[in-house]
Design a protein around this ligand. Structure first.
Ligand SMILES: Nc1ncnc2c1ncn2[C@@H]1O[C@H](COP(=O)(O)OP(=O)(O)OP(=O)(O)O)[C@@H](O)[C@H]1O
Ligand SMILES: [Mg+2]
Length: 440
């Protein structure tokens, strides 16, 4: 037990260290960081950190091994003394003549057999104890996760669904000092594009996760409302129905190291793969031709580390991610910065695609910094430091003098010379030549 506890505490204390070593190793050996390592000459530094951290791990392993050896020595000493005592008594019984030799011989065999069994029993109990320590942690983690998730088997969602409504939602990430969302109320209607805008860190992504049922608010409610006015709160709803009704394109959506087909079809992992639907989604996302022109077509692995591996560009990946969300085809679509890597034509096509999805009856939530797109949104919610500060259509928000939305839109438009504003980039032709005197 002593050994098991020591090992457990060591693992617990060194868990971050182990993780850091694993991620350093990934940076040093995987292709995604290779360019930066070379150009920024960071390789030697990372390697020496890796060596230093490995040395520290080895020192900890040595310390553990020494401590274990001491424990084993003491335990072995006691075991030896016990055996000695046992055989001593047996010898005394034989020598004193009270015990026949045959019985003494049988006793030796019995002692040896039971010692082996006992040792095995103690080892198993020890392993059980060791595993139990980790199992208790896992159980605690599962319990905490359960408290933060929609329970299984709740009420059915209203059908047909009309809207998802967040009411006075406050959400604080575990361990964070300030809430990421504070008293936010929004309504996401089917057949409409709802835009969420705001500065970096204002809470847009957090709000999409709350609307998707991935994060449950600490205060406030999220309601699923039906056409007939009936409604179900997210916490009381059937989790599988909520997730079946939601499609997400996350800002940092996963890039699966799998085939191109799997990367789209994983959007609906609960359905058998339908290649016609995969192609349709890819066409709408503007990536069909590129994938089909690859030597292995849809069977190409979209990661360079494999035999059939290909490397997609950032924008091509984003189109593949969009295809994944379109393939899902859920009534509520939450897309977080879906065009940040797209070229201008692809971006326009992507936005047009979102608007046609809304026309088909989907509820589309669009998080974007490209405010040209929000001009046509049915409704815009503006977040600032986790609070809802403005709401309305583009026209309504643009007449709010000194408003957050007006400020952001004007700054962006000014870069194109479409409006005067603080964001206007300097004209390079009118820029003063650098003052070499001062510079030197
Ligand atoms: N998983 C997390 N754990 C703790 N804090 C988080 C987590 N995700 C986000 N935050 C914090 O919550 C706040 C809101 O983050 P969020 O990602 O919602 O912003 P955002 O509006 O989407 O920003 P951006 O425009 O940069 O994408 C930030 O201060 C961020 O640091
Ligand atoms: Mg975000």
């Amino acid at each position: 037990m002593r050994s098991a506890r020591r090992e457990y505490i060591s693992r617990l204390n060194w868990i971050d260290h182990r993780r850091a070593i694993a991620s350093l190793l990934a940076y040093l050996t995987r292709p995604h960081a290779a360019g930066e390592l070379r150009v920024h000459k960071a390789g030697a530094k990372l390697l020496s950190s890796y060596e230093e951290m490995s040395r520290q791990t080895e020192a900890e392993q040595r310390r553990l091994a020494q401590a274990q050896a001491t424990t084993d020595l003491v335990a072995g000493g006691f075991a030896g003394l016990a055996s000695l005592g046992c055989y001593g008594v047996l010898w005394w019984l034989l020598a004193a003549g009270g015990l026949p030799l045959a019985v003494g011989g049988t006793a030796v065999v019995a002692i040896r057999t039971s010692t082996a069994r006992l040792t095995s029993l103690v080892q198993q109990v020890n392993r059980l104890y060791e595993e139990l320590l980790f199992l208790t942690d896992t159980e605690d983690a599962i319990e905490v996760a359960g408290e933060h998730a929609i329970p299984q088997g709740g009420a059915a969602l209203p059908a047909p669904m009309r809207a998802v409504r967040a009411e006075n939602v406050t959400f604080t990430y575990p361990g964070a000092e300030a809430p990421a969302l504070q008293g936010v109320s929004v309504e996401i209607r089917r057949g409409a594009v709802t835009a969420l805008v705001g500065a970096n860190g204002s809470g847009k992504t957090t709000l999409t996760k709350v609307l998707a049922g991935l994060l449950l608010p600490g205060e406030g409610n999220v309601w699923w409302e039906g056409e007939a006015g009936e409604r179900v709160e997210m916490r009381d709803a059937d989790r599988s129905q909520v997730f079946a009704a939601v499609g997400v394109l996350a800002q940092d959506f996963p890039r699966w190291e799998m085939t191109a087909a799997a990367n789209v079809a994983i959007g609906a992992g609960d359905r058998p793969r339908d290649m016609d639907a995969v192609r349709r989604a890819a066409r709408e996302a503007g990536i069909l031709e590129l994938i089909e022109a690859l030597p292995h077509g849809w069977d190409s692995i979209v990661f360079k580390g494999y035999e059939r591996g290909v490397q997609l560009s950032g924008g091509q990946w984003q189109k593949l991610g969009t295809a994944r969300t379109l393939y899902r085809g859920a009534p509520v679509l939450l897309v977080d910065e879906p065009t940040s890597a797209l070229d201008p034509h692809a971006e326009i096509a992507a936005f047009q695609g979102l608007w046609s999805l809304a026309e088909e009856g989907h509820a589309v939530v669009l998080v974007t910094h490209r405010l040209a797109a929000t001009m046509n949104a049915d409704h815009i919610y503006v977040l600032d430091q986790g609070r809802l500060v403005e709401t309305g259509t583009h026209q309504e928000l643009m007449v709010r003098e000194g408003g957050v939305y007006q400020g952001m839109f004007t700054a962006q438009a000014a870069q194109y010379g479409l409006a005067p504003g603080p964001g206007a980039l300097p004209d390079p032709r009118s820029a003063q030549p650098p003052d070499h005197e001062t510079a030197s």
